[in-house]
Design a protein around this ligand. Structure first.
Ligand code: DX5
Ligand code: ZN
Length: 213
């Protein structure tokens, strides 16, 4: 079960300390939300945050590009040494070309799909990606409510896994109860933000131990 801390929810007073503690606690992939104020009505983390996080850990780092025309920026983000690049096919006229670009750069490729995006709209992309990031909130903000109607789509995706080789990561308002529910049906990992990981009384090590058990 991959644990991907959503770093936009971290305590920015001491980002490096947060990364180190999460790393030791057992985080698998550091999740960095990039936003352009156009594809989503918000701004996420910056390029300097990618550098700072990369400097503080040897674990994998991903970028969740909630931006329009992500194909124009693959060179830029790959240059920061991230391991996984997620694009939203909803914001790209040629997602297959962009996914090729990501792989040409030696990075793992992922598609992030909005709550309203159906499997049929992205089925042909499934054989091209290593990860599918299923949004269970409308992207762009932390601290929202989990959208239960997405569960049905997650089950459909799980059923498509055997013909392809992608892993399913769920992103958005993932609580311990949601993790319990979904890890039993074949989901491979979770982006964890304020619903399960950040702003809690318990230490990261304690929280992660509970999640992993
Ligand atoms: C949503 C973001 C995530 C996540 C945050 O666009 O990708 O940061 O929702 O976690 P929660 O929803 O638990 O605060
Ligand atoms: Zn995200």
């Amino acid at each position: 079960m991959l644990i991907c801390p959503s770093m936009m929810c971290a305590n920015f007073d001491s980002l490096q300390k947060e990364v180190r503690e999460l790393d030791i606690a057992g985080a698998d992939i550091f999740h960095i939300d990039i936003m352009d104020g156009h594809f989503v009505p918000n701004f996420g983390m910056g390029l300097q945050d990618i550098e700072a996080i990369k400097k503080a850990t040897k674990k994998q780092v991903d970028v969740h590009l909630m931006i329009s025309n992500p194909g124009d920026y693959i060179e830029l983000f790959a240059g920061f040494g991230v391991d996984i690049i997620y694009i939203h096919p909803e914001s790209d006229n040629h997602p297959t070309r962009t996914l090729d670009k990501i792989k040409e750069k030696g990075k793992k490729a992922g598609i992030a799909i909005n709550p309203g995006t159906s499997i049929h709209q992205i089925e042909e992309l499934l054989l091209l990606v290593d990860y599918v990031l299923v949004m269970t909130v409308n992207p762009g903000f932390s601290g929202q409510k989990y959208l239960n109607y997405v569960d049905e789509k997650i089950i459909k995706l799980v059923n498509l896994k055997n013909e392809n080789s992608f892993e399913i990561i769920v992103d958005g308002a993932v609580s311990p109860a949601v993790m319990k529910k979904l890890s039993g049906i074949g989901v491979d990992g979770f982006v964890l933000g304020t619903s399960a990981l950040f702003g809690k009384k318990q230490k990261y090590t304690e929280l992660m131990k509970n999640f992993k058990s």
